[in-house]
Design a protein around this ligand. Structure first.
Ligand code: FES
Length: 574
């Protein structure tokens, strides 16, 4: 039996207001039998032709609807804004909070008893989880799944990761126009999100690790029929979740977030997930300090042999057993009794999980990387922390002292990296300022600063790079990111000058600018924030309310406990 339904506030009233609510559904051609007394399931769809990764989600929504009808619910699909990584400028991250607000307000303002969240491309998953966490009605995530492996000539290629390599080959003059244009038509074979362990694969996997998807749902390839079967099953399951009052706050507990951090480390996941997990957790009033990421990652082996940390792609990962196989392998490290949207615990969900390829999902006794895939660094350059993806970095650069070469902004960086006379060598530390939440704005993925062309031609493949920016989850290299506080609000990064010595010591978790405190103070007395380039609309709200990376880059006014819902609908008369 269903508890008293939230939608009853809209429909179960014998007055003109209830009449209008029912009449609006009948105007869509539904008979009262189709919806009377049934739980209304919102299908929150991030489909958009501006977002190729989510292009198949209308079809996925149809499969969800089948499941909802079959289980006695009443499905209604609605769209929110969608965030496609490739076409949005300057960065989809600028709009993650806007989408989260869209999701939250669409749920709040409509007669929904439960919601299915259809996501895929990087920011769509955290945005939906943030909105659903705030509204706290039963919710199940159905990711769109990864694209098929890319194939070009005789090569299997991964999104992002192989593109960066090919781009470096082209910059070094080793790839001609014909090859380059041919590659453009081959790198993405159809709908679905990036098929490396980038941000999309990481975040959809973490939605599963948090308990917010059906087990095994996250990694099914986008075009595989099992993707649609999982969607249909999720449509049925949401009805049970409503019966059992399985709200996000009961699933995404502090312990569930610790599970997600463990899984993140075992996956060698995208550094962007650190920001997103913090933001989702804070919506539920859970504090996730960066130090906790470091502690948990340090004692979790990286066992997913998937690009950019490893060799394979998501299709291989799925056929090797996918996330259930990985989670089962690290089960002793997880909080096993955490509840999931199935009403069962993590351990119960994983009972039948099997690994079918131990080179793709390694046993913990033979990990890809034993010491944690992520480290959190502190020091006079990053008082509130910075992160480095150690599993995608160069071992020989983990302890490094080098002379800084500073780029004051992104345009300067792009221009100077092509300068054949740039005063850098392979030991230099490349520094980018003003790429943070306020500086970008929106903290774009500028952190994987290109290796200057003159060094690329000499065969240099990696250098220490530091910034207050993010990098794509498909990127790699010895790249220190998310320096907090950022340069644009007067963080110590703003004081760095070309020629300063910077000391990176990952084993000691330190990032140090070898400049005295008094000199740093002196430099900052002459520092002024840059002139604001944006003075209206969403940009203004963003710049005034965005929090720093260590706080998840959410808006300050969206933090805290789940929001309440209106007790009575407020109806406008037209
Ligand atoms: Fe959408 Fe990579 S561009 S997931």
């Amino acid at each position: 039996m269903f508890p008293k339904l939230r939608s009853a506030r809209w429909f179960d009233r014998d007055d003109d207001v209830g009449f209008n609510h029912r009449a609006s559904l009948r105007s869509e051609g539904f008979t009262p039998k189709a919806f009377s007394g049934k739980p209304v399931i919102g299908i929150c769809n991030s489909w958009s032709e501006l977002n190729n990764c989510n292009l198949h989600l209308r079809t996925v929504a149809d499969a969800v609807k089948r499941g909802v009808w079959a289980a006695g619910g009443f499905p209604l699909e609605f769209m929110t804004i969608s965030l496609g990584e490739e076409l949005m400028m300057p960065t989809a991250m600028l709009y993650r909070n806007l989408m989260a607000m869209d999701v939250e307000e669409m749920i709040r303002s409509h007669p929904l008893d439960g919601v299915i969240l259809l996501c895929g491309c990087d920011k769509t998953t955290p945005a939906q989880l943030m909105g659903a966490a705030s509204m706290d009605i039963p919710a199940i995530v159905v990711p769109g799944g990864p694209m098929l492996n890319a194939r070009w000539r005789n090569q299997t290629l991964g999104s992002g990761t192989d593109l960066w390599k090919k781009w470096d080959e082209r910059r070094a003059g080793r790839m001609d126009d014909k090859q380059w244009h041919e590659l453009e038509g081959a790198i993405a074979r159809g709908p679905g999100h990036c098929m490396t362990m980038g941000t999309a694969s990481t975040m959809t996997s973490l939605a599963e690790a948090l308990g917010m998807t059906l087990p095994g749902c996250a990694n099914i390839p986008a075009v595989d029929s099992r993707r649609y079967a999982a969607a249909e099953a999720s449509g049925r399951e949401i009805l049970k979740a409503i019966e059992q009052d399985l709200r996000p706050s009961r699933i995404m507990t502090a312990k569930a977030f610790e599970n997600a951090i463990r899984v993140f480390a075992a996956l060698g996941g995208s550094t962007n997930a650190v920001i997103h997990l913090v933001a989702i957790a804070r919506r539920l009033g859970i504090d996730l300090p960066l130090r906790r990421f470091d502690e948990l990652a340090a004692s979790t082996p990286t066992i997913a042999n998937v690009q950019p940390s490893g060799k394979y792609l998501m299709e291989d990962f799925y056929f090797a057993g996918g996330l259930p196989a990985l989670m089962r392998e690290i089960l002793p490290l997880l909080h096993k009794d955490e509840l999931t949207v199935t009403g069962q615990t993590i351990a119960e969900n994983l009972e039948n999980a099997e690994c079918h390829d131990q080179d793709v999902i390694r046993p913990v006794t033979n990990p890809l990387y034993g010491n944690g895939s992520l480290a959190v660094l502190y020091g006079n350059l990053a008082p509130r922390g910075a992160v480095i993806k150690t599993s995608a970095a160069s071992k020989q650069l983990m302890q490094h002292v080098g002379r800084a070469f500073v780029f004051d902004n992104y345009d300067e960086m792009l221009q100077l990296c092509e300068d054949p006379d740039l005063d850098v060598d392979e030991n230099s530390v490349l520094v980018l300022k003003n790429g943070g939440p306020v500086g970008g704005p929106g903290m774009p993925e500028w952190g994987q600063i290109p290796i200057p062309t003159k060094l690329l031609k000499k065969g240099v493949k990696d250098m220490v790079r530091i910034s207050d920016s993010r990098m794509s989850g498909t990127s790699y290299g010895t790249v220190v990111l998310h320096i907090s506080p950022e340069a644009a609000i007067g963080g110590p990064l703003a004081a760095v000058r070309t020629g300063d010595l910077i000391h990176l010591d990952v084993p000691r978790r330190e990032l140090t600018l070898e400049v005295s405190d008094s000199e740093l103070k002196r430099r900052m007395t002459h520092w002024h924030p840059g002139k604001r380039r944006y003075s209206r609309g969403y940009y203004t709200m963003f710049l005034e309310h965005v929090l720093q990376a260590d706080m998840g880059c959410d808006f300050d006014f969206l933090q805290g406990q789940p929001a309440d819902v209106p007790y009575e609908p407020i109806v406008g008369r037209s």
